[in-house]
Design a protein around this ligand. Structure first.
Ligand code: B3K
Ligand code: ZN
Length: 883
């Protein structure tokens, strides 16, 4: 019961009680409790009287009973912090309404009604950046998942689909541009310097896809003619000063529209596509129908201010939001437990698009690297959940790498098993069957089964079982036959134990040791706890390459001789498998060295094998530099920690740095020759991106082996750089060194880019993630820098996400790094709960860290848990982490 409604608990006696009252737990929402909403809302008309500090909203809802299944005498309209100004039903003022936890309950007796509700909101005071808020003098919205209820009272759930007509008016000077979903149908001048516009979106949509933007913006415009001959106007809206950095975004949008027609048969369905860039945004971007709102980070790019990776990220996020027009908007989600239906599928679609644009080999490696560094730790920690969760307290906490990235991997496996053509038949059927509906993951699986001709009965376990499966691999050879013995085990996760075997598609190849060739790639599907597969015609034991292309999101457990790994790292024709062999070689070595320890001979042998493999990579002339750059990267600290049941971050870091120093020294001349070659490649020359990647990688090794030389090279690279990739790469290396050039170049960078928010974010990040021994002090000073603000999520993440990912400083033995993150969470929580809660997982890993640090991490989580008035977001993450 709500404490405020309990007559036994008055303000007086709660204050007098000995112990403070137990904080109320936010309710647990469960998937199995889903009920359709008893009312339909086919139409909503909204009027906005816009002001930065006061916006009046009047909504008119046309409602009708949803069948006769539930004859509800009331309607519940969700609200969050809203003040009701007035409410009428069928034109009559209503007096017997009530409020329940922010929701408005209205009595409704008939089968169809018209409800008119007026509310008033203060966008400037909205620091949570959910609902309607002010950013740099403009007004914009973010409604997914439950932000619409901060604008007006409404059944704010994705299975209530309505057509929207929106009229907005406001000061012409302050808000010269007025945008909403769909098409503009009318506009005009008002009194006192105001103007108005009316927009209509013909496509029924859930409230989370509503968007409104009003501000002083200019557009980079273009057109795209769809396969059906519809000419679409494209606009990328930004502040005037940013206009010169929008060409790449417009081009990316065009490419996405073209690709989705060709590869998924999806055509755009409005005459207008607007993208607006805003600087204060909780995440990357939002797919609102016809009016995407984007974080500036994923719109603005030019060579002087954006790295190659930034260019790729803009292209990828523009594609992702565009692809949602079908996977998310035309077919939406029945409830938020189905989030992966739109997110997993759309991530797969954007990954396939980027593979086609940027090259398949490198993109696949990057995607796996993200999965392993962000999702694997989630799957093996206290926050593990299936891609279709069973319960939540705050849905914002479930926009996770599991729902997004593992969700994409799960659908990718369906594609691998079906083949691209049959998979396409399945997705065609899905879009046909469910167009205009709010669907479920089950609907998607069924459509793929029917359209692609697969039996996915057992495969469905990927939707319900959390945890990364471990696949054991053994191989025997006798009488010309190879027997592959595969086992699987899905680890226990919170609330789930004794899991069933999954269906795991594994691509493999068997290499002949002499010729270095294999007899064709094979696909085996492991669907039992243990199984064997035999292959004939092998006179000698072959070298096994398995999980090629990362065909399944599993951990492979095998002990391959290091000469076999060196063999695969040097010549596997599957780029991912080649990368994987190199990673396996290094992981095996560092885990052994940082775990039980290695004697000198063991360390020497391990390092020698890695040196041989890396030497081949540095000198292989047939390899393109982008791929070489990938192969040169050592596994991240997070990934290495993930490989150990209980990790000592200090020892892992020391071993990893020691290995880098050894390799830098041992392969000095190869590194120098490589650097000399790539340094000469001009910015837009043949293979220039690969050259830039390799250049900075060489500096990374040099920084560990010969810091003075590295400082000299990096300072030189910085000084002559004509692009951000080289400049940032050099500064990143310098930031970790204790040299005069470090200070010089950091000052230069700041001066050069002062006022450019996105580049100054980089400046904060580079210092926060640096290996410099005083990184903690630097972060503290940056916290007090005049450019730091808790109000801007990009800036907060630039400083503190980078710091939480700093392998050395965050895990300082004193616990100071943990304390800083806990302080941040407590300070940020009342300002922006969604962003604050995102920092909890870094502390939540305590069970997998050595005992002294684990106790310090837990202590900080307990301190957060004890704080009064925690948001639902942070409360849920902290309580699960302490669990
Ligand atoms: N759908 C949005 C994410 C909304 C997050 C709300 N907390 C962006 C995307 O995945 O495309
Ligand atoms: Zn998405």
């Amino acid at each position: 019961m709500d404490i405020a409604r309990n007559p036994a608990v008055t303000e007086e006696n709660t204050q007098l009680a000995d112990a403070p009252p137990e904080p109320k737990q936010p309710p647990l929402i469960r998937r199995e409790d889903y009920q359709p909403f008893p009312w339909l809302v086919p139409q909503i008309a909204m009027k906005f009287d816009l002001g930065l500090e006061a916006t009046r909203v009047v909504s008119t809802l046309t409602v009708a009973r949803n069948g006769n299944a539930h004859h509800s005498p009331t309607i519940r309209l969700n609200g969050d912090g809203l003040e009701l100004v007035s409410v009428t039903v069928d034109g009559e003022p209503v007096t017997d309404w009530s409020m329940d936890e922010g929701d408005l309950i209205l009595p409704l007796s008939g089968d169809a009604h018209e409800i008119e509700i007026a509310t008033e909101i203060d966008p400037a005071a909205n620091t949570q950046l959910m609902g309607l808020y002010a950013s740099n003098g403009m007004l914009c919205t973010q409604c997914e998942a439950e932000g619409f209820r901060r604008i007006t009272f409404f059944p704010d759930r994705p299975d209530v689909l309505s057509t929207y007509t929106v009229r907005m008016s406001g000061s012409k000077e302050q808000f010269p541009i007025l945008l909403c979903n769909g098409n503009k149908v009318a506009e005009g001048e008002g009194e006192n310097g105001t103007h108005w516009a009316e927009w209509h979106d013909p496509w029924p949509k859930p409230s989370y896809l509503f968007a409104l933007v009003a501000g002083d913006l200019v557009a980079n415009s273009g057109t795209f003619t769809t396969c059906g001959g519809r000419e679409v106007e494209l606009n990328v809206w930004v502040r005037e000063a940013d206009l010169a950095r929008t060409d790449h975004a417009v081009e990316s949008l065009r490419k996405s529209m073209q690709w989705d027609e060709e590869v998924f048969g999806r055509e755009y369905d409005l005459d207008l596509y607007n993208i607006v860039a805003v600087s204060d945004f909780n995440m990357g971007a939002m797919e609102n129908k016809g009016l995407n709102v984007f974080n500036t980070k994923y719109v603005l790019a030019d060579p002087d201010t954006a790295t190659d990776a930034d260019f790729d990220a803009v292209e990828g996020v523009i594609a992702h939001e565009y692809f949602h027009n079908w996977s998310g908007n035309r077919v939406t989600c029945r409830d938020w437990f189905q989030l992966s239906l739109k997110e997993g599928f759309t991530v797969l679609r954007d990954q396939l698009f980027s593979q086609d644009m940027q090259g398949e080999a490198v993109k696949r490696i990057e995607d796996v690297r993200i999965l392993r560094s962000a999702q694997f730790p989630e799957d093996s920690g206290p926050l593990a959940h299936p891609i279709r969760p069973d319960s939540f307290r705050e849905i914002s906490n479930f926009y996770t790498a599991t729902v997004y990235n593992k969700g994409a991997e799960v659908i990718r496996m369906m594609r691998t098993m079906a083949g691209p053509e049959k998979f396409r038949a399945g997705t065609d059927l899905y879009f046909d069957r469910h167009d205009g509906e709010a669907a479920t993951c089950e609907d998607f699986i069924k459509a793929i089964e029917d359209g692609a001709g697969l039996d996915l009965k057992q495969f469905r376990l990927w939707y319900s079982q959390a945890g990364t499966p471990k696949v054991g691999v053994g191989m025997e050879h006798s009488g010309g036959t190879v027997t592959l013995r595969l086992t699987q085990h899905v680890p226990d996760t919170p609330g789930q134990s004794n899991k069933q075997p999954m269906q795991i598609p594994l691509k493999l190849a068997l290499f002949d040791r002499d010729s270095g060739e294999h007899d064709g790639e094979k696909l085996v599907v492991l669907d039992k706890a243990e199984d064997t597969f035999t292959f004939d015609g092998f006179a000698k034991p072959p070298v096994l390459s398995i999980n090629r292309g990362f065909s399944a999101p599993v951990t492979i457990e095998r002990s391959l001789a290091s000469e076999d790994l060196v063999f695969l790292a040097a010549r596997d024709d599957d780029s991912f498998a080649r990368y994987e062999a190199m990673q396996e070689l290094v992981v095996g070595h560092i885990v052994a060295a940082a775990g039980d320890g290695l004697n000198e001979a063991g360390r020497e042998a391990g390092r020698a094998a890695i040196r041989e493999a890396l030497g081949a990579i540095l000198t292989d002339e047939s390899l393109d530099d982008s791929m070489r750059g990938e192969l040169m990267m050592l596994p991240s600290q997070t990934y290495l920690m993930e490989q150990m049941l209980v990790a000592d971050p200090g020892r892992i870091h020391a071993e990893r740095e020691g290995l880098k120093a050894f390799l830098g020294e041992a392969l000095k001349s190869e590194f120098h020759a490589l650097y000399d070659r790539v340094e000469k490649v001009p910015y837009d020359g043949e293979g220039a991106r690969g050259a830039r990647k390799v250049k900075t990688q060489v500096l990374v090794y040099a920084a560990a082996s010969d810091p003075d030389k590295a400082s000299e090279l990096a300072a030189h690279q910085y000084a002559k750089a004509d692009n951000m990739t080289d400049r940032q790469g050099a500064l990143m290396v310098l930031a970790g060194l204790h040299t005069a050039a470090r200070t010089d170049k950091l000052i230069d960078f700041y001066r050069r880019y002062q006022g450019n928010e996105l580049v100054i974010d980089k400046w904060f990040s580079l210092q926060a993630i640096s290996l410099h021994p005083n990184a903690i002090e630097h972060v503290k000073a940056l916290r007090d820098h005049e450019d730091f603000t808790m109000r801007n999520p990009n800036r907060v993440r630039a400083l503190y996400m980078a710091f939480a990912g700093n392998p050395q400083a965050f895990h300082a033995e004193t616990g100071e790094g943990y304390r800083m993150i806990a302080d941040l969470i407590l300070e940020l929580d009342p300002i922006n709960a969604q962003t604050a809660a995102r920092f909890v997982p870094s502390l939540g890993r305590w069970r997998r860290i050595e005992p002294v640090r684990a106790a310090l991490m837990r202590q900080e989580l307990e301190r957060i848990a004890a704080a009064p008035n925690l948001s639902r977001d942070t409360y849920e993450q902290v309580s699960r982490s302490l669990g």
